[in-house]
Design a protein around this ligand. Structure first.
Ligand code: ADP
Ligand code: ASP
Ligand code: MG
Length: 439
């Protein structure tokens, strides 16, 4: 049986007609690439605006009763340029009119946001001469707005089974009432993963503007080493922690089916990119640390109470206070008489007074200390488990760089060490860690 590839192309890969031509060349160069998932047109230069952002602006102008026709005209212009550059017959004006008619019926913002990928998929399908399959017909959410995997996998499979080549818009699906709902930003990566899984593809290719996942943020470290092989688990840790090349939820559908992901560069299609799978193939040598990623914008709430350990359920009651206020906790390092909860600063600031009151009333702590402006960095690598001295090296590198470590936490799977530092020390810490562990 011949192999099947699902290929997802991101916004910069489809930003204009010349990029779409490159994409078509990539697709046509391998007949195994049968299912293509597309994003909306992204930035053509660093100062450009993504079509999705224009659509959100347009919706907010509309919702406020402001003039939105200028923004809608810009969107129309982006597609008109693409269509004329590709030399295809495609009535952009009629499509935009239909979208505007729908807008006047006050759909949710997600409807308008989704039209970026909808139009781009229709145009790409027309240029390739392939079938367009609307994601609204095959990707489903349940009444609570959660992705409905079972229904979706069956629908995608049934729809695509007899279609040899299809283009599917990323980023959105539909609610049980038929209204459009999107995933969170960057969600076309999730659609690609869902299509790969549902069609039992042999590989999920994710085409973007870098030659794979890099071992650190290229905006901080100068030309960080590319990662050639990485496991799903490591990727999940790194993308959750801020290595934003792939949406953090995109790994789930393909991981379940054991389908590898290959991140590739549309502008450099011969580069092998990064291969993501359950395990690393025999014979591939890797260093103990695979990558480093981090994020700013955290607050730590540190609670001290003598003999806390003797109080059954203290930790549970503490975390419940955060849960009740809808604040997810990121980390929870503990000492004998201390426990800290690390949460996003923006979420905490909105509920600060309630949380402090409830902590005092329900836990009677001796001391509560709030530390703001915390950055959290993850050093990730499955090889760390079997390599002695990794932690010492990490702390040594930070000490040498003059960084004050404010929190340390180790994932229970021992494949990551999480370090909290002042936001002001974030870039310096990443650079020092990269130099010591990878570079
Ligand atoms: P697309 O539009 O193709 O989905 P994204 O902008 O979502 O692309 O993701 C690719 C970008 O992710 C790169 O251009 C790069 O700037 C950024 N990035 C951040 N961290 C990393 C990393 N560790 N490795 C590779 N790229 C990264
Ligand atoms: N176009 C959407 C966004 O900008 C989805 C995506 O590109 O994956 O977030
Ligand atoms: Mg993306």
């Amino acid at each position: 049986m011949s192999r099947t590839i699902t290929a997802k192309f991101g916004g910069t890969s489809l930003a204009d007609a010349s990029q779409i031509r490159k994409v078509a060349d990539i697709i046509k160069s391998n007949p195994e690439r049968r299912y293509v998932v597309v994003s909306a047109p992204g930035k053509r230069s660093s100062s450009d605006i993504k079509v999705t952002d224009l659509l959100y602006s347009c919706y907010s102008e509309f919702a406020k009763g402001d003039e939105y026709s200028g923004t809608l005209a810009k969107i129309k212009e982006r597609y008109a340029e693409i269509v004329s550059g590709l030399g295809i017959t495609f009535d952009v004006g009629a499509e935009i009119e239909r979208i505007e008619d729908e807008l006047r019926r006050y759909p949710p913002a997600d409807y308008l946001a989704s039209r970026g990928e909808y139009l781009n998929a229709k145009i790409t399908a027309s240029f390739l001469g392939w079938t367009f399959v609307d994601a609204a017909e095959v990707i489903f959410f349940d009444d609570n707005g959660h992705f409905d995997g079972e229904r979706t996998f069956m629908a995608v499979n049934a729809k695509l089974r007899d279609i040899p080549h299809a283009v599917i818009p990323g980023f959105y699906g539909s609610m049980p009432d038929g209204s459009i709902k999107t995933f969170s930003r960057g969600g076309s990566d999730i659609t690609g993963s869902i299509v790969a899984r549902s069609t039992q593809s042999d590989i999920y290719e994710n085409w973007t503007d870098v030659s794979g996942m890099l071992s650190a943020d290229p905006r901080i470290v100068d030309r960080p080493r590319p990662i050639t092989h990485i496991t799903y688990n490591e990727l999940r840790e790194l993308s959750y922690m801020g290595a934003s090349v792939l949406h953090e939820d995109a790994v789930f559908p393909v991981r379940k089916a054991g389908i590898p992901i290959n991140i590739r560069n549309t502008n450099s299609p011969d580069d092998p990119g990064t291969l993501i799978a359950a395990s690393i193939p025999e014979g591939i040598k890797r260093s103990p640390v695979t990558g480093i990623a981090g994020r700013k914008g955290f607050t730590s709430i540190r609670i001290e109470k003598s003999q806390m350990n003797g109080e059954t359920g203290f930790g549970a009651r503490l975390l419940y206070i955060f849960a009740r206020n809808s604040i997810p906790f990121e980390h929870c390092p503990t000492g004998i008489d201390t426990i800290s909860v690390v949460v996003s600063s923006s979420a905490f600031d909105a509920k600060r007074e309630e949380i402090l009151r409830e902590l005092k009333n329900e836990l009677s702590p001796d001391f509560v200390m709030i530390e703001k402006n915390l950055a959290v960095i993850a050093v990730v690598g499955e090889g760390m488990i079997s390599t002695r001295g990794t932690a010492a090296k990490i702390f040594g590198a930070l000490a040498e760089a003059g960084v004050n470590i404010r929190m340390i936490d180790q994932g229970s799977d021992e494949m990551n060490i999480i370090i909290g530092v002042d936001e002001a020390d974030y870039e310096k810490s990443i650079t020092a860690l990269y130099g010591a562990m990878i570079g």
